[in-house]
Design a protein around this ligand. Structure first.
Ligand code: GAP
Length: 550
């Protein structure tokens, strides 16, 4: 069964199909052919995503106990929130480093006019009857190998049964690394959609920020603005405002959930890499001396959050970045990664990054854009010796009333993607199994085993038949339950079909009103995962289910 093989494109295709069929996720502007990298959430998807964001906000902010020292935390701490604008002063992005450094490398194909992310291209050498070419693919995972084989077959003009005649020299290697190592030149590379080698251009930088113009008379460089590529900078912009207007003191965190935009060169893998997406970010401000301990705390806390909400431990990985992978600001980063089904076996995709950003952000917004030189952050200057990007000149340091010290706090940043988390929870919850039907015969079912806190609907109330007073009792239960949690009433079709509909929607509990209900005021409570059916007094249902949702 597909469950045994988590990394499987056909399984991913079935998840995407369910997401569309049941109204979780739709392609944006679909009736006009869709827009690559943009996705809409349907009725069930909206509820799932809202639940996910509410779980995050509750667990990290609203429900946080600021008097307790939580397991692994050096001390108690405070949490608060912000909701900032998407468009900010352009200088924000100059000092944050996004203006200069937030780019990917792209290559164009002169023949097919297609554009590729340089670091997504890989290839391998193929030879046939003295002719040799480096066959490049833009596919990843299990599809990359077969794609290069088909490309080579076409290039050498072979029929399918002659594919065996192709001699392969080594396995798939990243194109960028091979070119950098001098193992090949781009002139020898056969582009993923080209008929002849040598059509790929030299790689060039492409800034991922979406540009816009402000105001009716827009046109000059001063009107140029950007859609935020991360929510984090809004928090740094308001660090002083929060300090001055609330009673928080270091250590404390500011959380924000909101849209971010990145003009990704090759959006792919369903919602995984989108051009418009939502982030759930915390900037946690602490004393420099305690920052390493807080980094460890947040890394472990965020890791546990995914497990507590039901992601399979074996499909999650916590990976510390090597020094060569660290962002320009980071002195330590760990990624929480998930084995998405569209990846090859053994590969993981990032769900969340937890970064130790040091004092880079607050100092950059005070002094001007900083660069790391000989291990220290120093002001970056232009050829004229002036700051490359001027800071605000505002004092963003912190004064500790107790120790009478002034310092620039260090920042730990757990930065999660709401859409990626929804995708991971959907993929993880997707199961295909067999259940007995009303006659006891095995019937295959598709079920989303979502954690009850995430499930779009918590319960469905089903009268066994549409007569004998059962609908009236069921409607009354529906109304009492609806006041406490999202649930639905369904009287259409056989009870087996109604269970199947709820299983696909991820509803954890079904409550069936039957003949016995009319005698003893109990209903059948069916559990989606264990399939157990127990009788519960109807009056106890709301408290029982509410208790299970805590
Ligand atoms: N402030 C730090 C920051 O933005 P990031 O690793 O670039 O760090 C954080 O992004 C998270 O945002 C990622 O772990 C991922 O979950 C999500 N994310 C980033 N780019 C995305 C994209 N193109 N589509 C969907 N989610 C994305």
């Amino acid at each position: 069964m597909s469950q045994d093989k988590p990394n499987d494109q056909s399984r991913m295709d079935r998840i995407v199909s369910l997401a569309k069929r049941r109204g979780f996720i739709f392609q944006s502007s679909e009736i006009y052919g869709g827009l690559n990298g943009f996705w809409d959430y349907g009725p069930l998807g909206t509820a799932l995503k809202r639940n996910l964001k509410e779980c995050w906000w509750h667990d990290m902010v609203a429900g946080h106990d600021e008097l307790a020292t939580l397991p692994g935390a050096p001390t108690p701490y405070e949490m608060t929130g912000l909701d900032c604008t998407i468009i900010m002063h352009p200088q924000v992005w100059k000092c944050s480093g996004h203006f200069d450094l937030f780019h990917d490398w792209l290559v164009d194909c002169r023949e097919s006019k297609r554009r590729y992310r340089y670091d997504h291209l890989q290839g391998r050498w193929a030879a046939h009857r003295g002719k040799r070419v480096f066959v490049v693919t833009d596919q990843s995972g299990e599809e990359a190998g077969p794609h290069t084989a088909t490309r080579a077959q076409k290039f050498f003009g072979l029929r399918a049964k002659q594919v065996e005649e192709i001699e392969w020299d080594g396995g798939l290697v990243p194109l960028a690394t091979s070119v950098a190592a001098g193992a090949l030149s781009l002139a020898e590379a056969l582009g993923p959609d080209a008929a002849a080698p040598g059509t790929l251009t030299e790689p060039r930088e492409f800034n991922l920020m979406f540009e816009t113009r402000i105001g009716a008379l827009a046109g000059g460089d001063d009107d140029r603005a950007f859609l935020r590529p991360e929510t984090a900078q809004g928090i740094f912009m308001n660090f002083k405002n929060v300090l001055d207007t609330s009673r928080v003191s270091v250590p404390f965190g500011i959380a924000q959930v909101g849209k971010s935009f990145r003009n990704e060169i090759t959006p792919r893998n369903f919602t995984f890499r989108s051009r418009e997406f939502e982030q759930m970010e915390i900037e946690f401000f602490c004393r420099p001396a305690d920052s390493a301990a807080w980094y460890r705390y947040w890394r472990d806390r965020r890791w546990r959050w995914y497990l507590d909400l039901g992601l399979t431990a074996g499909k999650l990985q916590l990976r510390e970045h090597g020094a060569d992978e660290l962002s320009h600001y980071s002195v330590g980063t760990a990624d929480i990664e998930y084995a998405f089904p569209f990846l090859a076996a053994g590969e993981f995709g990032e769900l969340e990054g937890i970064a130790h950003r040091g004092d880079f952000d607050l100092r950059s917004h005070m002094e001007g854009k900083l660069v790391r030189r000989d291990g220290a952050l120093v002001l970056e200057t232009g050829p004229d010796g002036k700051p490359r990007h001027r800071g605000s000149g505002k004092d963003l340091s912190y004064f500790d009333d107790v120790t009478r010290e002034r310092f620039v706090p260090h920042v730990i940043e757990p930065s999660a993607g709401a859409d990626r988390a929804v995708l991971a929870f959907l993929c993880d919850a997707y199961h295909e199994d067999e259940v007995p039907d009303e006659d006891g015969k095995p019937r295959s079912r598709t079920v989303l085993k979502l954690h009850p806190r995430l499930a779009p609907l918590k319960a469905a109330i089903l009268p066994l038949v549409k007569k004998d007073g059962m609908p009236e009792v069921a409607v009354d239960l529906y109304r009492r339950l609806k006041a406490r949690m999202p649930c639905m009433y369904d009287e259409k079709g056989s009870v087996g079909r109604r269970y199947a509909r709820q299983d696909e929607a991820g509803t954890p509990w079904c409550l069936t009103v039957d003949g016995q209900t009319l005698v003893d005021q109990t209903v059948t409570l069916r559990d989606r995962d264990s399939l157990t059916q127990t009788r519960v007094p109807i009056d106890e249902v709301p408290d029982l289910l509410a208790g299970r949702l805590r």
